[in-house]
Design a protein around this ligand. Sequence first.
Ligand code: NAD
Length: 423
Amino acid sequence: MKRDVAIVGAGYVGVPLAQVLADAGKSVVLVDVDEPRVEQLNRGESYVEDVSSEELGRLVEAGLISATTDYDVLRDVGTIVIALPTPLSRQREPDLGIVVRAAGEIAKRLHRGHLVVLESTTYPGTTREQLLPVLEAGSGLRAGGDFHLAFSPERVDPGRTDWTTKTVPKVVGGIDAESTEAAAAFYASAMDSVHRVSSPEAAELTKLLENIFRSVNIALVNELAQLCDRMGIDVWEVVDAAATKPFGFMSFKPGPGLGGHCIPIDPFYLTWKAREYGFYTEFIELAGKVNESMPYFCRSVVSQALNHHSQKSLKGSRILVLGVAYKPDIADTRESPALKLISLLQNAGADVQYHDPHVPSFDEHGLSMASVELAPAAYDCVVVVTNHSGIDYDGLVADAALVVDLRNATGDEGRASDKVWKL
Ligand SMILES: NC(=O)c1ccc[n+]([C@@H]2O[C@H](COP(=O)([O-])OP(=O)(O)OC[C@H]3O[C@@H](n4cnc5c(N)ncnc54)[C@H](O)[C@@H]3O)[C@@H](O)[C@H]2O)c1
């Protein structure tokens, strides 16, 4: 069966992209090595929050979306999009193994006229230095002349509804002008707008700049939060006040550290590549250092709060962590600072439970835990780590013996209460 597009990697990026393309009338096949995922998709069941099962089911029913583990489907499509993971190794170096191995499989099925686009986040040079040679060697074809090759970063923020895969402008950069135009035309047929850059390297670095910008600015405000703690100034009040300036300031909020599998990881792709040029990306390193120190700082805030408010030590205290997802209203715990903080509190001898309406249980970071009922009065301290909506924070302040609020979730109520300690 002929389809328009194949997306290799049916995850947080691949599935929403399939939906947008299918909504524009294209037939899409998702290729993934995970058989249960493939079966789930073919039953119209979504495991990605930004795509409802209702919506996916409708598109599967209409024959516009299907999934398979068989790379041979690539032979019959016009465009191949790669949306595979690009993690860091244990030594915190880029691990392109998954992308490069998949490229070898793609190369065996490549034919003249194919458009191949890499969407995975990576360092500048990946498309030209890593992907291109594997595709050419495995296919016997020439990039540019025989097939088009481009990079186009995925810039979606999962869980966000004001800007989506369809509406965030799509940056594209091909290995030559024809590749750029082919990729731009492909995305323009389904997305609201396309921004062309002159090379895949520029497109690759664009994505890293966006995430480094966030990491550095979060680190700046986290450092300020630590100083404010010493000076007795409410950092949230300062950030809110600065945000009233109509120009030249962008508001970033402090917190217990970075989470998710983008902001804590992506900047180090550039750090690694920069070393090849004898260059040290000091902003990235410094931001990483400050952000990684935040769970330790937050542990000391909990310890101080118990000590001064309740005359208790961390050791032996019963603590409820409220929210373990890395950001509000999602179920994703990857790299969540909550897990680091739970470990630190446990290591200090605290008895720690958690409540998260989105995460019934998790098994990672050496922890295996299940969400307990939200019963604030049963604990010496409740630590708000993720500010999910739908939680009665006023009720929490009323019922709990002590609240440490790392997200300003308790707002003015918390500010007015002597049993709420804020970051
Ligand atoms: N999640 C996000 O919000 C987001 C946003 C922007 C960019 N990105 C980037 O996009 C890329 C993909 O991220 P994701 O969040 O979609 O990852 P993911 O882990 O959600 O999904 C990846 C999928 O690829 C599959 N897979 C692994 N090896 C495979 C192989 N050899 N062949 C076929 N399928 C294979 C996995 O089973 C999984 O379903 C990463 O580079 C990421 O940094 C992610």
